[in-house]
Design a binder for this molecule. Structure first.
Ligand code: NAI
Ligand code: MG
Length: 366
């Protein structure tokens, strides 16, 4: 049956970039015979305006049923003073939590045409294509006990880093599965030298590897050394798997290897559903960018590349994902630039819609 795709454009530039993705989804239906059963719904501030909640129960149920969910962005100044319980971000958090999306995939890919945009030297980043897999539902951001407690005459801030074997096992498997579709290499990062959770992490990753993925090359690195290597020689990596806290930091660091926030896609995957596909939410890394919303300045590429990830990881259409990524690469090589991609040398930027159309043209030519 036709795979289903639930689209949640959200707020600010979310609907603007998603409109370009819609054109591309339709292109694959018409030209590549890859039809999706697409439905759209509200999330974030847009959902709050309509229902008084940033994600309605009905939308949550549709997300649970969908083969993949594609989200734009949520939030904006209009909603800043809302009660925490109904803030736009809560819509996104509810999706992640109830779908139990434990593996956050953050690729860092450097298109040759943008290599001079990186904060590092061209040679270090040109052609870079790595994937950070961050554990997303456990670790120090969730561990108990937590809180600010009184101890004698001063207060103590407490968080607990805590990982169960099964939590490590499932994210390790996600990383090894990914590696098999990519460069067949996983580097696991923790601090087994100073943390108990790190010792267990290394042990479980090693066991999962030996039992189920001996064909994949596995290495281990302390996370601090990993941060250094990411900046020194990032191309040595293929897939990096790490915990929630280290992954948060390492993925932001990797993002700066590639240039603009407007270029970065992400995916969050959960357990396989009855049809074998993982629960999945795809979204650009950027937010709703209220400073440029409504002006046709948003770069739609992060959202377009998020759809490419959906093609690859939810629908097993790796070749079509490659086709879409090559189209983006071609458009950049031709010099098409939204304002966020303009260097100091200047030039004439194109609009959100023009960028989407340029990608469509490149797809037509593919
Ligand atoms: P942001 O990512 O929205 O914007 C940061 C800067 O990058 C801005 O100058 C913006 O114009 C630029 N930018 C972002 N995406 C771009 C794109 N596609 N093309 C061109 N330029 C782009 O982060 P900020 O400003 O911290 O947050 C704005 C709102 O978005 C807040 O309400 C925040 O809570 C929300 N947010 C939502 C996220 C999500 O939906 N996943 C993630 C981050 C923030
Ligand atoms: Mg962060």
């Amino acid at each position: 049956s036709t795979p289903s795709l639930l689209i949640l454009p959200g707020d600010g530039i979310g609907p603007e970039v998603m409109a370009e993705v819609r054109k591309i989804v339709d292109w694959f239906g018409k030209k590549r015979d890859l039809a999706f059963d697409v439905s759209e719904d509200l999330v974030g501030g847009a959902a709050y305006d309509a229902h008084g909640a940033p994600l309605s129960d009905a939308t949550m149920a549709r997300a649970q049923e969908a083969d993949a969910v594609l989200l734009g962005a949520v939030g904006g100044p209009k909603y800043d003073d809302l009660d925490f319980s109904v803030k736009p971000e809560r819509g996104l958090l509810r999706l992640r939590k109830e779908m139990d999306l434990f593996a956050n995939l953050r690729p860092a890919q450097c298109f040759d045409a943008l290599a001079d945009f990186s904060s590092l030297k061209r040679d270090v980043v040109a052609g870079l294509d790595i994937m950070i897999v961050r554990e997303l539902t456990s670790g120090i951001y969730f561990g108990e006990p937590r809180g600010i407690v009184q101890e004698g005459n001063e207060r103590v801030g407490v968080n607990t880093q805590r990982y169960t074997e099964s939590e490590i096992d499932r994210v390790a498997r996600a990383a090894f599965e990914l590696a098999r579709r990519r460069g067949n290499k996983v580097c696991s990062m923790e601090k087994a030298n100073v943390m108990e959770s790190g010792i267990l992490w290394r042990e479980v990753v090693t066991k999962v590897h030996a039992e189920s993925y001996p064909d994949v090359e596995l290495s281990h690195m302390y996370a601090d050394a990993g941060a250094m290597q990411l900046c020194r020689a990032p191309k040595q990596f293929d897939v990096i798997v790490t915990d929630n806290l280290f992954g948060d930091i390492l993925s932001d660091c990797a993002a700066m290897l590639t240039g603009s926030l407007g270029m970065l896609p992400s995916a969050s995957l959960g357990a396989p559903m009855a049809n074998g596909r993982p629960k999945a939410l795809y979204e650009p890394v950027h937010g709703s960018a209220p400073d440029i919303a409504g002006q046709g300045k948003a770069n739609p590429i992060a959202c377009i590349l998020s759809f490419a990830m959906a093609l690859r990881y939810s629908f097993d259409k790796g070749e079509e994902a490659d086709r879409l990524e090559r189209a983006v690469e071609a458009v950049l090589a031709q010099g098409a630039r939204t304002p966020d991609l303009m260097g100091p040398e200047g030039g004439a930027p194109i609009s959100t819609t023009e960028m989407g159309d340029a990608v469509l043209d490149a797809l037509d030519a593919s």
